[in-house]
Write a protein that binds this ligand. Structure first.
Ligand SMILES: [Zn+2]
Length: 234
């Protein structure tokens, strides 16, 4: 049924590059741009937070202050193409289903390589002020599309505090500002393994705070973090 729906969608809306960068045959993105995307799994990275490390060992941050999540499953390294697509998704006036489909297809293309175990998805919630301002939650749209594609339920948490933007705070201050910022729904207790879903992972503080909220409800849960893109450390 789901595959049939996906095929129908493809027939009704055949591939067309969202950035008008040339012919597209598999995704709504030019084949030339797809070929330039770099999968995180093809580069040495920290097994926990997926940051790029020279030797593929646990990074210093995960060694010193282990995050509350178990593993980040990141599809691609964040590059200019993904930045442009994500910016368009986030700041569009309304949800663009073709763009959401493109981003979730790009995620779904790489996720099986990580052998994900999650039985339910938990998108990073937006504070209601931000939700009102923006009109929709991009992470929620991404999780919904992925959930449909992979046949997984989507749960919803709550963001209790509207935290200052990452760019305005130092790393430690940001991590502190996110303490207790989220609550997880009671339904997380029904699943052994959950995946927090977000578009990009940079510092990992947001995912850490939401994973803490999951553990408050379900201390033994295994928490994966699924993201479309991981910001590389240069
Ligand atoms: Zn790490």
């Amino acid at each position: 049924m789901l595959q049939w729906l996906n095929r129908l969608e493809r027939t009704l809306f055949p591939p067309r590059c969202a950035l008008n960068a040339g012919p597209a045959s598999r995704f709504d993105l030019a084949d030339a741009l797809v070929a330039q995307l770099r999968p995180v799994l093809d580069t040495p990275h920290c097994p926990r937070c997926a940051t790029n490390t020279p030797d593929g060992h646990l990074c210093a941050a995960c060694l010193n202050t282990p995050p509350a999540f178990d593993q980040v499953l990141a599809a691609w390294w964040l590059d200019d193409t993904l930045k442009t697509l994500l910016h368009r998704m986030k700041y569009g006036r309304r949800p663009d289903f073709r763009l959401t489909r493109l981003l979730s297809e790009l995620m779904a293309e790489q996720l099986p390589r990580w052998q994900p175990r999650a039985q339910a998805l938990l998108p990073v919630p937006l504070h209601h002020n931000r939700l009102r301002e923006r009109g929709f939650n991009p992470s929620d749209w991404l999780a919904r599309d992925l959930g449909r594609r992979l046949d997984l339920p989507v749960l919803r948490g709550e963001r209790l505090r509207d935290t200052p933007h990452q760019a305005q705070l130092s790393g430690r201050a940001r991590r502190r500002s996110l303490n207790g910022a989220f609550t997880a729904p009671a339904a997380v207790a029904e699943f052994d393994t959950l995946a927090i879903v977000d578009d990009v992972l940079t510092t990992g503080h947001t995912a850490h705070a939401l994973a803490q909220a999951v553990r408050t409800v379900h201390p033994d849960a295994e928490v994966e973090v699924w993201v479309l893109a991981r910001t590389p450390v240069l």
